[in-house]
Write a protein that binds this ligand. Structure first.
Ligand SMILES: NC(=O)c1ccc[n+]([C@@H]2O[C@H](COP(=O)([O-])OP(=O)(O)OC[C@H]3O[C@@H](n4cnc5c(N)ncnc54)[C@H](OP(=O)(O)O)[C@@H]3O)[C@@H](O)[C@H]2O)c1
Length: 345
């Protein structure tokens, strides 16, 4: 998916490079950049073109381009929260070392860097939304390595922007798809009984498309010389819910309102990684910079009606207006597996 080239100079357009361009956020970034008249996609790096876990690949990658981006957005990471617990070295490499190495290489060339981090850097015992300067305390290897990545990036390039977000849904495998998959299995009789979804973890669902647009708005501000667009920033869709509340809204909006769903405690499912019970992010700082995202319920409606919608899993005649599902198009994951374990973060 490399769109770059030696003749990629775009006049007044801001040249943007994307790392992790095949992921949920990465794909939305590429789409938004390509649609924006004031932006130019300098490169879109996927795993097929570069192994980001290999720091020696950075220099040759950058040397391929005679016209470099002015800013690089990093949407790559090892995001499988449970897998990070057993693949610690890879988690450290991808989530901590890689972002630091890129920030260093780009800073040496005067290229800006926007890096994504997570709500899972927080311990989850908070009682009000977490602000950027609240004490961290990750409870998982994923959260720990992402926190180390924040530090590496900021040490390597003090002008870098590190954006923490949460509960992302976009093109690809995510919680929305996992819930709809389970709903469809119940409709076809492949699975029975109510869905069981955790109701004691609170957070902010965030549409990858909205996040991508917010990140690009921040990149534009930086390009306009706003020196305060640096350091840590929280950015997610507005509103707070639990995984159960999120699942209920997904089922209702996708025309599966009749599917039973039961709230359960985190302890009901054994997962390799611990998740914070409360990881709501306070997005006031971003709002003051002029960037805020709509309520997550509206973002969900947009997702279910938009280009990334999992059409085959949406009921015919539902508010999302989808056509009926074709059983052959349905994923084959085991229905007995807890829904929470199938999503990345
Ligand atoms: N998803 C969430 O709920 C969530 C919440 C908070 C923060 N975040 C952060 O937001 C960012 C984007 O998340 P996302 O949901 O868009 O993640 P994603 O869909 O998992 O995308 C990550 C991308 O990184 C790529 N990647 C991983 N290892 C690579 C390697 N060695 N070489 C090249 N590419 C590699 C992946 O490629 P493959 O697909 O080939 O592995 C994937 O395309 C991440 O930094 C994540 O930590 C996500």
């Amino acid at each position: 998916m490399s769109h770059a080239g030696p003749h990629a100079a775009g006049g007044d357009r801001l040249r943007v490079g994307v790392l992790g361009a095949a992921g949920q956020v990465g794909r939305c970034l590429v789409r938004s950049i390509e649609a924006a008249p004031d932006l130019e996609l300098a490169f879109a790096a996927t795993r097929a073109e570069i192994d980001l876990a290999d720091p020696s690949a950075i220099e040759p990658w950058l040397e391929r381009f005679s016209v470099l981006p002015e800013v690089v957005l990093n949407a790559a990471g090892f995001t499988k929260v449970d897998a990070c617990e057993s693949q610690v070295a890879l988690a450290r490499q991808m989530n901590a070392e890689m972002p630091g190495a890129w920030a260093r290489a780009l800073a040496a060339r005067g290229i800006g860097f926007v890096h994504l981090s997570t709500d899972y850097v927080f311990p989850g015992d908070g009682t009000r939304p977490y602000r950027e300067d609240d004490p961290t305390g990750p409870r998982s290897v994923y959260g720990e390595t992402k926190l180390a990545g924040e530090a590496r990036v900021r040490e390597s390039d003090p002008s870098a922007l590190v954006v923490r977000t949460s509960w992302v849904f976009g093109p690809g495998r995510n919680f929305v798809v996992a819930i709809l998959d389970q709903a469809m299995k119940r409709r076809t009789g492949e699975a029975t009984g109510p869905l069981r979804v955790v109701d004691d973890q609170q957070g902010c669902p965030t549409a990858a498309a909205d996040l991508a647009d917010g990140l690009l708005a921040l990149a534009r501000l930086r390009a306009q010389g706003r020196s305060d667009v640096r350091g840590l920033l929280h950015l997610c869709n507005a509103g707070v819910t639990t995984w159960f509340g999120f699942a209920r809204a997904i089922l209702d909006q996708a025309g599966h309102g009749e599917i039973g769903i039961e709230p359960v405690a985190t302890g009901s499912f054994a997962t390799a990684a611990q998740r914070p019970a409360y990881s709501v992010l306070d997005c006031e700082r971003a709002r003051k910079l002029g960037v805020s995202l709509r309520p997550w319920t509206e973002a969900l409606t947009g997702y279910l009606a938009g280009p990334d919608r999992p059409s085959s899993l949406i009921a015919a005649g539902s508010p999302a207006g989808a056509s009926s599902a074709s059983p052959s198009a349905m994923p084959s994951a085991s229905s007995s597996e807890p829904v929470r374990r199938k999503v990345s973060q």
